[in-house]
Design a binder for this molecule. Sequence first.
Ligand code: GRG
Length: 304
Amino acid sequence: MLEWKYQNYVEQLETGLSYYLPETPDTPEILREAMEYSLLAGGKRVRPVLALATADLLLLHGSQKREVMAYAVALEMIHTYSLIHDDLPAMDNDVLRRGKPTNHVVFGEATAILAGDALLTRAFEIFGGYMDGTYRTSCSLLNIAKAFGKLAQYAGCSGMIGGQILDIEAEGEQLTLEELQTLQAKKTGCLLEAPVVGIGLICGAKNEELAILQSYAQAVGKAFQIKDDILDVESTTQELGKTVGKDQKYAKATYVTLLGMDEAKAQLKKAESAAEQACDQLTAMGYDTEFFRFLSGKMAGRSY
Ligand code: GRG
């Protein structure tokens, strides 16, 4: 039932992604093709699912669902751009993503860079569309602006991009656990916090609610990253749809390389418990947390 709900969110999102991709003849065909190639290539869609689920948890009125979808789409566009750029020869130099050849392998490096740039820019063009009336809304414009402003922070220099540069600088270095946690919280955690906090802002959640939503998202982000590190060792390239074994090959600092597999698994359990605790607090406030609980369990137990 809850797995069905997850798939239902994914289906809603796929419709939203196609809707917000640029259709105008002003967008050169090859650029649109390269954007679409990676954006519509599947993936778990965990960030937008978190966004749609947060809106449902906060019992958002139906009329505000369009803004929620716009935010979820913008977030997935930013996530997809980061994957395209991360796979480039200048970064991770990978040839497989979401079970398909990477964007630069198919379209060439220059087009892949531009497709990533265009997805990032498009995310904020959607926001502009709500501000200038291109897209009609009954939601508070201030709340939408707060959410997209926060999204820029999560994706930018103090968030994901900041984490990526720390990651590049850390190659071949021995990190402490604290340094690793800071790096991962920025690189991976921020874009997993963005759906929950951003939708909280769109819905006008109170500060107290936002703080609990944030602690839930941080715990999910941590569990997600630890599991990512475990899967890099225990899974296969075929199952993950991306190259495995790279952390060890490139001597990357990860929860597994730093703590060992057993302790990494113990830390994963701890992160899962932290997510449960945040859910308990939300339940006590009267919110239905069944899907949130399912989601954190799914992220920690996933096999791809
Ligand atoms: C290049 C600006 C820039 C940032 C790159 C996202 C990222 C930052 C790097 C990807 C490398 C990596 C393995 C990160 C850790 C976890 C992560 C973000 C995995 C990919 O996300 P998933 O598993 O991918 O949600 P799907 O394909 O399911 O959407």
